[in-house]
Design a binder for this molecule. Structure first.
Ligand code: BGC
Length: 264
């Protein structure tokens, strides 16, 4: 960050998903999103170049806004796959050509500015632990995002243990997300009772494995929680993400601010 463009307190977060790519400007001390978020459908095929171009389009649009951060401020990017040192190690709901691709390098090159890349569900978990439903909760908090796939963030005493892939637990012979993600509900035309049965199977298994203090549900479907949460029977308290579907954008921006030492 140069002296010419000091830190304004605002950071852009971009959440790359299997269905949509969303961005927003986040005020880092409160975790609030300033203004509306901007979304473009994920291109098909979702190849690295095509996705990087959409990310650039979103950043360009956000940079026109009055709340925009300075031109050389870093950007937080979330990605729907395992991310280790900026490299994608899986690609369940995005083009397979991302596997082993350096997401950090590809997007840095396209944007011409520094980025910090992390798994999308980890970003949502980080945001909930810092600003939302997991704030101040000790012990294990599992943030489970129900969307195109199932993402998970493992938080212990407020700290993230990255890349827990609990959407890919094998349950009853199936990859869990292929049965219990929000897109599986739509694909199979399930009503809420039927979908709740799948969620019950999933969450009771995860509960048995980890005995968490709290489950937080994120993803677009967290808006419809009254349709399925009351139907679940678990030992563990289960609530929806306070930042709703913006948790990824907020967590991505926060992680960039922490990584580049703009905040603690
Ligand atoms: C991926 C995760 C991702 C989740 C939500 C899963 O299929 O393996 O890395 O967090 O989808 O996008």
């Amino acid at each position: 960050m140069s002296k010419k463009h000091p830190f304004t307190g605002n950071v852009i977060g971009i959440d790359i998903g299997g269905t949509g790519i969303k961005g927003g400007i986040v005020e880092i001390s409160s975790g609030e999103m300033l203004g509306s978020r901007f979304r473009i459908d994920t291109p098909s095929p979702s190849s690295p170049l095509a996705v990087a171009k959409v990310v650039k389009e979103i950043v360009d649009e956000l940079m026109k806004r009055p709340e925009a951060p300075s031109k050389d401020s870093p950007i937080g990017i979330t990605f729907p796959a395992i991310i280790s040192h900026g490299v994608a190690l899986s690609a369940a709901n995005i083009d397979k050509s991302w596997i082993d691709a350096d997401v950090d390098a590809i997007i840095t090159k396209e944007l011409g500015r520094e980025v910090q890349v992390m798994n999308d569900a980890d970003a949502a978990g980080l945001a909930e632990a810092r600003y939302g439903a997991g704030k101040g909760v000790n012990g294990t908090v599992l943030v489970i995002t129900l969307g195109t796939g199932i993402g998970s963030a493992f938080i212990h005493d407020g700290k993230l243990v990255p890349n827990a892939e609990l959407g890919h637990l094998e349950i009853d012979g199936f990859d869990a997300e292929s049965r219990a993600s929000a897109s599986a509900r739509e694909r199979d035309g399930l009503d809420w009772d039927e979908y709740a049965q799948r969620l019950q199977r999933y969450f009771s298994h995860v509960e048995f494995l980890f005995s968490p203090e709290l489950f937080i549900i994120g993803g677009g479907i967290s808006k419809r929680s009254e349709d399925y949460l009351p139907k679940l029977n678990l030992r563990t308290k289960i609530i929806t993400a306070q930042l709703k579907n913006n948790a990824g954008i907020v967590g991505g921006a926060l992680q960039a601010a922490v990584h580049f030492k703009l905040t603690k």
